[in-house]
Design a binder for this molecule. Structure first.
Ligand SMILES: [Zn+2]
Length: 137
């Protein structure tokens, strides 16, 4: 079950996204993310979730338009994440050939861009934390 509390796990659901959150909280997350994981839902904006979306938008340039866990169940997303492993090791051509599907190339570019932006943001924040923790002389 994804953290949002879907009744049916999406395809290729990762085990580590299992949630122990109370049902009321999961219902709140589903409404806040407009999560369709458990079927149609009446969207209800939530301040915390809107702040998370804004943070994602600031870092990656785009906020998720639905439940983030739902995306991992989309076969094309799974294909892109798998392709990224080959990209990381310089073996994309070996697995996808010299003329890979355009949607996979575009998705890979978007994923790599978002991943790099996220890593850079984390490094900036960690660097700032170290700077604050270091006593000044
Ligand atoms: Zn969901």
């Amino acid at each position: 079950m994804p953290p949002c509390g879907a009744d049916r796990p999406p395809v290729r659901q990762a085990k580590r996204t299992q949630s122990t959150a109370p049902a009321a909280m999961r219902a709140c997350w589903r409404a806040g993310w407009a999560c369709p994981c458990s079927g149609p839902v009446e969207p209800k904006p939530d301040r915390f979730i809107e702040a998370v979306k804004e943070m994602i938008r600031n870092v990656t340039g785009r906020a998720p338009d639905t439940c983030p866990w739902r995306a991992f169940g989309e076969p094309v997303v799974a294909d892109i994440i798998n392709a990224h492993r080959w990209y990381d090791t310089g073996q994309v051509n070996l697995f996808l050939g010299n003329d890979p599907p355009a949607h996979l190339v575009a998705g890979l570019e978007m994923y790599v861009g978002a991943l790099n932006a996220t890593r850079a943001d984390r490094m900036d924040r960690e660097s700032e934390e170290r700077r604050k923790a270091t006593p000044r002389r």
